[in-house]
Design a protein around this ligand. Sequence first.
Ligand code: ADP
Ligand code: ASP
Ligand code: MG
Length: 405
Amino acid sequence: MAIIVQKYGGTSVGDPDRIRNVAQRVKAQHSQGHQVVVVVSARSGVTNALIERAKLLNPLPDDREMDMLLAVGEQETIALTAIALHGIGVPAVSRTGAQAGIITDDAHTRARILDVTGGDIRQQLDDGKVVIVAGFQGISRNGQVTTLGRGGSDLSAIALAWALKADTCQIYTDVPGVFTADPRVVPDARQIDVISYDEMLELASSGSKVMQARSVEFAQKYRVLFEVRSSFTDQPGTTVKNEAPNMEQILVRGVAVDNNQAKVTLNDLPDRPGVAATLFQALGEEGVVVDMIIQNIGRGGLANLSFTVAKEDVPRAEGTVREVLAKLGGGQLMPTGDIAKVSAVGVGMRTHAGVAATFFGALAQAGVNILMITTSEIKIAVAIEPAQAAVAARAVHAAFHLGQP
Ligand code: ADP
Ligand code: ASP
Ligand code: MG
């Protein structure tokens, strides 16, 4: 008898037929005597629809109220899933994030997990019940409903698998596993059987939304093995663990596209020590995560600086920049524009030369103009025009022969 944590994403619970499908899958495990905890997301589209509804009433809604609102999406699914299980004779009970003891800090809309008590889940499992837990949500120490950032149901599942010392953690989604690139963007992308935490984390933080980056970070830190697989088939998916086979031989494991980025530009900044420190300290205090940065000298010894942030952080980033510019007494905020980020990721890069040449060569041949560049030990990334993202991803994918076995 094993403890199994299964997470079903938005598409996998998107309509009554799909919820029935989930219930049948859960029943199959439960009837073999396993203890099953099911983490579910909101039905696909529900979280976005709730955000839009709030923004109709107020373009800058309060974060606490947003959490109160967004938690509704997952709460609908837990009840429906439990009801579906009852309908096929499986004892099941639903639990909110709070009832499952997902304790977080009070950073609304992006709360961090401080502890996972599990609430009465173990008791319910011992009583023979399937427990359905609302993903994405938690509760702060002072009793407020919080959410864990977009895609946060992945994190709920991995944190629960850790807390319950589960034998298996399965992330069920609408693709068969983790691919060498988003199969919806790069048609000849191939499924990866085993991938390392490092590579999965870098792909996720570079925009591969198949796993939430923070969930991979948590899994790596607490050594939670997990598998990404399809809720529509019984095929094995992708295992994510410490070591992947042939790690050093494989130069690039995958390509990621992030279409959710914007470039903030400041022109004619005073060119003196401390300006960047003041700016990025203020952004950090506002909780704005800055990704790429580029600075060059403009006319008359003044500097121009651009940085990229997630689109949803643009209002906060611009507000902070305006305050900093007023304090510095110089510089101007230029119009912010959308960009796309295309990244190649692989731990093999640590020990191989020539990756950058292949990467830039592919973009040049595809006629893609590069706006910004960043690299890390296992990643090379560029910011480009959003309209060229798919072309760029396919070119890089082909240049590293990722479509071939
Ligand atoms: P869920 O609702 O199940 O959490 P998501 O929509 O969050 O599902 O993530 C699954 C999607 O991630 C896929 O439909 C796919 O388009 C996208 N995706 C992006 N990069 C990859 C990749 N490298 N491998 C597989 N899927 C990817
Ligand atoms: N429903 C949330 C979202 O859309 C969490 C999740 O699906 O993982 O971001
Ligand atoms: Mg997701």
